[in-house]
Design a protein around this ligand. Sequence first.
Ligand code: GLV
Ligand code: MN
Ligand code: MN
Length: 412
Amino acid sequence: MAIDQDRLWRRIETLSRITDPERPWTRRSFTPRFLEGRAWLAAEFRAAGLETEIDAAGNLIGRLAGADPALKPILIGSHSDTVPSGGRYDGILGVLAALEVAQDLVERGERPRHPLEVVDFLAEEPSEFGLSCIGSRALAGTLNAEHLALTRPDGMTLREGIAYVGGHPDELASVKRPADGIAAYVEVHIEQGRVLENERIPIGIVTDIAGIHRERITVTGRADHAGATPMPLRADALVGAAKLIQAAYERALASARGNQPLVATFGHIEVSPNAANAVPGEAVLTLEVRSGDEAATAAFGAALARDLRPALEALRLTIAVAPISHVAPTACAPLVRQTIARAAASLGLATRDLPSGAGHDGVQVARTGPVGMIFVPCLDGRSHAPEESITPEQAGDGARVLAETVRLLDAG
Ligand code: GLV
Ligand code: MN
Ligand code: MN
């Protein structure tokens, strides 16, 4: 096994530079920029000797045939989309480390026993449709008709979006894997926190992946002239939204003192008419709540809306809460965790168990078989921001542990 760390790093540099130039590092799913990244990736997959296709759900998959086709496939990978103005490594590290592992096998003429699939899952980050983990949901069979009907602000439906990236939304059944359909899924990812860096540990073994609950909260008032409408007569939706945001912040902050803290974020707001000289008539906010306590995440938004309704009504505002998605916290499989630990030990790399506060495709893929994640440190724990930073050595460590993990899983 001989991971080519320089090649891995060159590829990370190249793919990360496929970004919207005016807001690095941005490669949003369902955009021409995303397709540009995908075209480059598909060419690299092919040149590495992988049989490459876009599946019906819009996942990019590179396959290496196994010596025993009766065995279930081992999946490795991550995602190539980013958040707006995100970092250079969230996602692509896992895809390119997986490519490096597969290419190394091809170059050494070593055929794994299991079929090996390198996967770039479609839209792991929340897309403009409001939904995240779209490709892995299809793999797990949880991408439903309601999801396909979701629209983004320009009116495109998710069904159309999947076709836009080369998928076939009417054939999603072909992508779904059965409950025990894979031998394992392993993803390398940056930690997006400070635990590994603070403790100077090169490899994290993920114990659980956070559950995420998202809701769309619509505050409705009345758009009016911003100069001619006296203050007492206004129904300003954004003023009501501000009250919600403040209350959610205070409640989540208070939970930090308890034994089951939750985090709550309003990370996306659309205001209309969104004009300097108009009173906001409507504010549509996305609330995201995460915690190890699944019930608490699900109850948070409804309680917030119920408790603030009187204050909003006093401002002549109405409030409506609609679900977007709910994903339970997911435990990583002991088989994969133990195999990662053995792999790292054989490479002389120290490890530590840790939970992931970030969501990942693994929560969906876990419905189809055992999943695990290999974390590497990132500078100051920064992520979902342009400052995200890792070293070539850290990327190489992740890829080396992945390669050895795949070898052990394949032999086992
Ligand atoms: C994925 O990046 C998430 O945690 O939202
Ligand atoms: Mn992310
Ligand atoms: Mn990610």
